[in-house]
Design a protein around this ligand. Structure first.
Ligand code: FAD
Length: 414
């Protein structure tokens, strides 16, 4: 009987749900592995899963300093989409969205993917022109995108404030964009990786590296030394600090990015709605809470909570778009430490230390990248060369100047 089949659920119900075994692994660290992944967020867990599944590696550990999913992967606003301007980003994020579309089945875990559509508002004729240009580029990249008139928007989002301080002129949409439940994505990858034999080691902080002749041979951790010929850093806002311990300087700034939710209400918002001009975005969760986000707190920080001025600015933006939200109470507010690069594209692949890999710089938009990030990093680690989808995202671009400038892709500037 499979774990969550109807007869299994019925049997557990009859037993008063007293005999469930652990769904997720919580292992003690072993002295040696074939590969160690640092960071139990979505990227680390997905990388471990694909290493085991696609490359047959079995002695793998994910080392997490806290508990899995308590970093940015469990703190984001859950938006998934692939409407990127430049071809390398477009191909990569489209692969990720395709993987998301099959992820519940692949991992046998309902990640609650809701492709409700993501809308970008335009507030001036000039912005409409820019969005047309972007939509054209996205379509040329083979990804779906459409322009929207004001009449379209009135039909799609009737509660929008069309005649406010920033009148709405139209917008654009990616209909396959939407949301997926962030905790479920983390737990799904953790459970699937665990089933393939990956050790998930929590409460285990990596404090340093063992490097001989420019080659990594293991890590120092709060629970002892662990040997491994391949080590991958997937630690988001701690990327630059951790890499520094391996003698590598990463072009990454760590800042707090915050979000908040209101008390739950009946369905009001039908899509994810973003406005670059009011500098905010809103959506409604399946529980009815209105989710609001905006810009990052513009100073370096390792605190997982944002400041009050940005909270206030985000609330103002949301109310500019939907004035009726002003009558709701904020229920929760939080932040994650995001790892932002100069071109806001990720840093993935090899490092100057042999056997040491990096998956970072995910910044404010790496949740949507988790499946493809894991798949391509696993390939890169197994083959010791960058997967074709991530060659543009290597560290080398900061020396050559071949940046992939996706600063405008996040909807609101960071
Ligand atoms: C408020 C907010 C909203 C966002 N909204 C979106 C969105 O709508 N869509 C989107 O695509 N992206 C969004 N993002 C970005 C997205 O959440 C991240 O890019 C993504 O989750 C990064 O995943 P990760 O696995 O790299 O990092 P994380 O999930 O942060 O995982 C890194 C892990 O590494 C661990 N770690 C750190 N240092 C060490 C160490 N020395 N040893 C061991 N473990 C260590 C941490 O504890 C953490 O668990 C948002 C982020 C925030 C904060």
């Amino acid at each position: 009987m499979s774990r969550y089949s109807f007869p299994a659920l019925a049997l557990h119900a009859l037993r008063g749900h007293q005999r469930w075994s652990r769904a997720l692994r919580n292992d003690a660290p072993k002295p040696a592995y074939d590969a160690v992944i640092i960071g139990g967020g979505g990227h680390g867990l997905a990388t471990a899963y694909f290493l085991a599944k696609n490359h047959g590696m079995r002695r793998i550990a994910v080392l997490e300093k806290g508990v899995i999913g308590h970093g940015n992967s469990g703190r984001n606003t859950q938006v998934v989409r692939s409407d990127y301007y430049h071809l390398p980003s477009s191909k990569f994020f489209e692969r990720s969205l395709r993987l998301y579309e099959g992820l519940s089945r692949e991992l046998n875990y309902n990640i609650m993917l809701s492709q409700r559509g993501k809308i970008n508002l335009a507030h001036s004729p000039h912005e409409m022109e820019m969005q047309r240009r972007t939509v054209n580029a996205i379509r040329m990249n083979g990804v779906d995108a459409d322009m929207l008139s004001v009449d379209d928007l009135r039909r799609l989002e009737p509660a929008l404030n069309f005649k406010g301080r920033y009148p709405i002129e139209g917008g654009s949409a990616q209909w396959r964009g939407g949301m997926a439940r962030h905790d479920a994505v983390v737990w799904a990858f953790a459970r699937a990786a665990g089933k393939l034999g990956v050790d998930i080691v929590q409460d285990c902080e990596v404090t340093g590296f063992r490097i001989e002749h420019a080659r990594v041979s293991g890590v120092e951790t709060s629970r002892g030394r662990i040997s491994a010929p391949r080590v991958c850093m997937a630690v988001a806002g701690h990327s630059s600090e951790l890499a520094r311990r391996a003698g590598i300087r990463l072009p990454i700034n760590s800042m707090a990015l915050q979000a908040m939710v209101t008390e739950p209400i009946k369905p009001l918002l039908n899509h994810v709605v973003i406005s670059a001009v009011v500098h905010g975005y809103v959506s409604q969760s399946d529980r009815g809470e209105v989710i609001m986000g905006g810009g990052a707190d513009i100073y370096h920080s390792y605190a997982q909570r944002g400041g009050l001025p940005v909270l206030e600015a985000n609330a103002q933006s949301a109310m500019e778009l939907y004035p009726c939200l002003g009558r709701l109470r904020i229920m929760r507010q939080w932040a994650g430490i995001v790892d932002i690069t100069p071109d806001t594209s990720p840093v993935m692949g090899l490092t100057p230390v042999q056997g040491l890999y990096v998956s970072g710089g995910w910044g404010t938009g790496g949740y949507k990248a988790i499946p493809a990030g894991g798949e391509t990093m696993a390939w890169t680690i197994a083959n010791d060369r960058p997967h074709e989808l991530i060659t543009a995202f290597g560290l080398g671009r900061f020396a050559t100047g071949a940046l992939v400038d996706e600063g405008a892709a996040s909807g609101v500037a960071h």
